[in-house]
Ligand binder design. Sequence first.
Ligand SMILES: [Zn+2]
Length: 461
Amino acid sequence: MSQNVKQAFLGSFFHTPIYGSFEYLEDALIEVDAAGVIARVVRKDDPAQAALINTYREAGVLTELGENRYGLPGFVDIHVHAPQWPQAALALDEPLYVWLEKCTFPLESKFADLDFADKVYRDLVNQLLARGSTTTVYLGSAHLESSILLAEICNAKGQRALVGKTVMDDPAANPPYYRDASVQSALADVQKHIDAVEAINRNSWAGVYPVVTPRFIPSCTDEVLKGMGDIAAKNDVYVQTHCNEGQWEHDVVLERFGKTDPYALRDFGLLREHAIMAHCPYLTPEEGEMFAELGVTIAHCPMANSYFSSAVAPIQRFRSQGIHVGLGTDISGGYSPSMYENIRQAVLVSRLLETGVNAMLPPDARGGLGEGTRLSVVEALWLATKGGGEALGLPVGSFQPGCDFDLQVVDVKRRDGDLTGFRVFDAPIDRLARILYLSSVDNVRKVYCNGKLLRDKDLEG
Ligand SMILES: [Zn+2]
């Protein structure tokens, strides 16, 4: 037994180390070191495997996934509005500005109350973990204290998290009851937030990182946008915001600056490496080249785009341009906290983008982009795992040596969730497709982040 190995996991695992394909590790042994990092993957055809299994079993450090269970990497959800959790599923038939004014701003303003924030944030983190999300990128509310509290809760629960305090300072664009009081106070709070989250991270197991978070250009003044770009550079931290979310945002920014959202964000210093730009369906090929050069990340939010963007983001084009792309639930522009649900929607909307949708027009006039547009479910899984890891520059999302061991164990034979398909079609891709399309929260039984068991529903009952 290698001295370094502290735990070992025996079972069958699916993962997507390379975009476009998956690997099925049948009856494999994964060795995890004291830091929660994968030391080695020993396949079943390796002659050393049997002896290693015995050694780890005798040492009491072997975990067997068990019959009808499969391991998948923990999901990486790169766009979640934490304070919008109580709003999930509401007002999705409204345009964005009505949705914001009717529900979002009144709701987010309640997070000045730390007791309320504590209750909501604890529940949200639990619900995301229960669905296999081990890394999450959060936008907090505009309040400094509750956004620090969110980072503390993620850290206490063991979830890897990137957390931002949302900035929205323009008095002309935000309601008086919910906005940053001034440019100076907004920028001071951003720096305080970075310092506080970095202090939490110093004692964190899985990692908690600060994110400079302007809500989006229309809610911020030029001074605050410039100031936030400077703060991000000075502190060398992540940035996240919305980019090109819909036609309205696109037009407002163009009118205000005479240039599009991506160039305006770049000129404020907000397009740093691994800066997370949510949505981006309007991104032109030229803007995409600029994203790829700068190492910017796109958070693909297929649900929210369907509700609010009037467009489908061309993910295959983004990928072929070499842009980092991950997947986001976008609670609550998307209603579901489940990355499974968003994997399905990513595939589904790509089919609509491929063909176009107005059957009253001839096929070549329906607006479809044609061949090479659709995503496979395996590609969507990559976006939700390995792609998310690459997008954030973190070693997560696959079962490769050197990666943090983030695991969700899926039981395909629950009483009300039999995903075996009666074994009629039983190739590995069939098993994986059923897991991705048909799993419910009950099928996800155990969740580990960085080698640590965070949820064990078998024990929880
Ligand atoms: Zn969003």
